[in-house]
Write a protein that binds this ligand. Structure first.
Ligand code: SAH
Length: 219
């Protein structure tokens, strides 16, 4: 379990979380979850020494683990409720999914690259976190378990995928970076009723592309 990780990285992690807290507007609950989760466990050993820099870092298959500030920001926007169902598109290293699980969400996460899912599953198991994983195209969501109180897309979309809007519960929130391949705004979409959605956005983020039926056609 997580608490048994008493390691040399704790002090660096604490300093990173402190610096995020000073930026303001981030949920304390989210920052607490990030304080519990050892980010180096999601990285190759050659990157362990950089685990507590506030930057995105490379993982396998040319993908990245998101910047800690971005994880804190998106998770704050998502406003996860204990026991709520949350769908993540883009499992990557599995770090974001673990944060959602630590906040008490029932997590469903989809990744298109099988080797990343395999690795993430091992980490989930090591931490004793129950997270539902699937290899596939997340742009069309995961209809079997819909609707979701929260949907978080951790790759850059050209537009908001319709399927994800449809799979949002009433009162639910969808957080997705939308824009070009080199620059995105963060959209927060709240489902107010069957047909009404509120949309707000903030600049400026940089994600790897969301590739699929309702995403980019190629990387
Ligand atoms: N949330 C991750 C960050 C992953 S980077 C973390 O915490 O580490 C974005 C991921 O989205 C990449 O692994 C990429 O392969 C994946 N991705 C891109 N398009 C996708 C799609 N259509 N469906 C599922 N995953 C996708």
């Amino acid at each position: 379990m997580l608490n048994n990780y008493d390691n040399a990285f704790y002090e660096r992690r604490r300093l990173l979380i402190e610096s995020l807290r000073r930026r303001g507007n981030l949920s304390e609950e989210v920052l607490d979850a990030m304080l519990k989760l050892p980010r180096e466990k999601f990285l190759d050993s050659s990157f362990h020494f950089r685990a507590y820099e506030d930057t995105a870092l490379p993982i396998d298959a040319n993908q990245t683990i998101s910047q800690p500030y971005t994880v804190a920001y998106m998770t704050t926007l998502l406003d996860v409720k204990k026991g709520g169902k949350v769908l993540e598109i883009g499992t990557g290293s599995g770090y974001q999914a673990c944060i959602l699980a630590l906040l008490g969400a029932k997590v469903y996460t989809i990744e298109r690259i099988p080797e990343l899912v395999e690795k993430a599953r091992k980490v989930f198991k090591e931490f004793g976190l129950k997270i539902n994983t699937r290899v596939g195209d997340g742009t069309i969501g995961w209809s079997e378990f819909a609707p979701y109180q929260g949907i978080i897309v951790t790759a850059a979309a050209p537009d908001v995928p319709d399927s994800l809007m449809e799979q949002l519960a009433l009162g639910g929130r969808l957080v997705v970076p939308v824009g070009t391949k080199s620059y995105q705004s963060m959209y927060l979409i709240e489902r107010k009723s069957e047909k009404d959605y509120n949309k707000s956005s903030t600049d400026s983020f940089k994600f790897v592309p969301l590739i699929g039926k309702e995403g980019w056609k190629t990387g």
